[in-house]
Design a protein around this ligand. Structure first.
Ligand SMILES: NC(=O)C1=CN([C@@H]2O[C@H](COP(=O)(O)OP(=O)(O)OC[C@H]3O[C@@H](n4cnc5c(N)ncnc54)[C@H](OP(=O)(O)O)[C@@H]3O)[C@@H](O)[C@H]2O)C=CC1
Ligand SMILES: O=C(CO)COP(=O)(O)O
Length: 329
């Protein structure tokens, strides 16, 4: 049994906290909203983010970092990607010396281009920093449905030991030492899911969606490898696995966001879609590495209002004809 602290009382933080509590760990949640913390601790629900899902009675949440992080052995960072740096800075004064930190948000810091583990590592340089990522909807995990994820730590043995410790009936963890690779899939699949959503919302057909997923995956691999990911990691749960989930279910907020854009609907009230915040920096990084990413680039243009969904379709369809796998020829 481990003492786990979870930073973030949104859908994913709360779902992970519930799942690890059910697996017998001593879990404490931190959230910035005192009323949500009170609801989790006393009513065992988080209506705003997880509707009627029932949380374990022994799970408590607090807006006080000192209380949340007391004696923590493992700390999961689960605030939205662009706020990870802020919450990591807030945690500095309260973290036990040996706590292992795990980045759970999916996105690239749009000020620095850093992955989540790099952001955390910069603020908290004396700690081991790992990554938890893979195909997993909070709505499934909070209900105890089976999920498999990648747990990456800088050393394989350490990852293996922690994967063993944290796996249980509902969460099965696969160990990896590719911390960069385990974050690229989760960050870029959000952008691809928006692109595929635009295609769905624009009524472009299932064949076009399959083409976008496949060509989007080719971009994800090209850019991921340039950023330091191992190709096999991108083929795994945190890459292909998450791309498949997010591009095929309307439970995905990124996919749903894309659908709304494709239909020409107002997106201002929609839930967090991390791809919207990652697309520009991902395109910047691709340009820096001279990696061709037409799907991501087109998605960026549509999302910033500089291109219509129809124009995106004709742009992608009229690109020069080329080999499917130029790198193998
Ligand atoms: N939902 C899912 O199924 C999954 C999500 N993820 C990833 O987890 C991350 C978090 O997503 P998720 O929990 O779903 O998001 P939600 O939108 O459900 O919740 C976001 C939470 O973060 C809080 N928050 C927002 N800004 C800040 C800030 N600046 N400082 C501290 N807390 C803040 C919000 O608090 P408040 O209520 O006060 O606004 C809220 O509790 C994302 O990167 C997402 O991609 C990964 C796997 C699955
Ligand atoms: O990352 C997720 C599933 O693995 C959740 O996807 P959305 O953020 O698009 O809902």
């Amino acid at each position: 049994m481990s003492r786990i602290s979870v930073i973030g009382t949104g859908a994913w933080g709360t779902a992970l906290a519930a799942a690890f509590t059910r697996q017998g760990h001593d879990v404490r949640l931190w959230g910035r909203n005192a009323a949500t913390c009170e609801e989790i601790s006393r009513q065992h629900s988080n209506q705003a983010y997880l509707g009627d899902a029932r949380l374990p009675e022994s799970l408590t949440a607090t807006p006080d970092m000192t209380v949340a992080l007391e004696d923590a052995e493992i700390v999961l960072f689960v605030a939205p990607a662009q706020s990870t740096g802020d919450v990591a800075a807030q945690a500095t004064a309260h973290l036990p010396q040996d706590a292992v930190l795990i980045a759970c948000a999916k996105g690239i810091d749009n000020r620095t281009g850093q992955t989540q583990s790099e952001v955390i590592g910069e603020k908290l340089p004396d700690h081991v920093v790992g990554v938890l990522s893979g195909p997993s909807f909070a709505a499934d995990v909070v209900r105890g449905l089976p999920t498999a994820l990648t747990l990456a730590l800088p050393e394989q043995e350490m990852a293996q030991a922690l994967a063993q410790e944290l796996s249980g009936d509902a969460i099965r963890l696969y160990a990896s030492d590719d911390t960069i690779g385990a974050q690229i899939g989760g960050s870029l699949k959000n952008v691809m899911a928006i692109a595929v959503g635009i295609c769905r919302g624009g009524g472009m057909g299932a064949s076009a969606e399959a083409a976008l997923i496949t060509r989007g995956y080719a971009e994800l691999v090209r850019l991921g490898v340039a950023m330091g990911a191992r190709p096999e990691t991108l083929m795994g749960l945190s890459g292909l696995g998450d791309l498949v989930l997010t591009c095929s279910s309307e439970l995905s907020r990124n996919f749903a966001y894309g659908i709304a854009v494709g239909r020409g609907q107002d997106v201002s009230g929609l839930k967090l879609a991390e791809g919207v915040h990652t697309v520009s920096i991902a395109n910047e990084i691709a340009a820096r590495h001279a990696i061709s990413c037409p799907v991501m680039q087109t998605a960026g243009l549509v999302l910033s209002g500089r291109m219509s969904a129809d124009k995106a379709r004709t742009t992608l369809m009229s690109r020069p004809i080329k080999a499917e796998h130029p790198e193998t020829r």
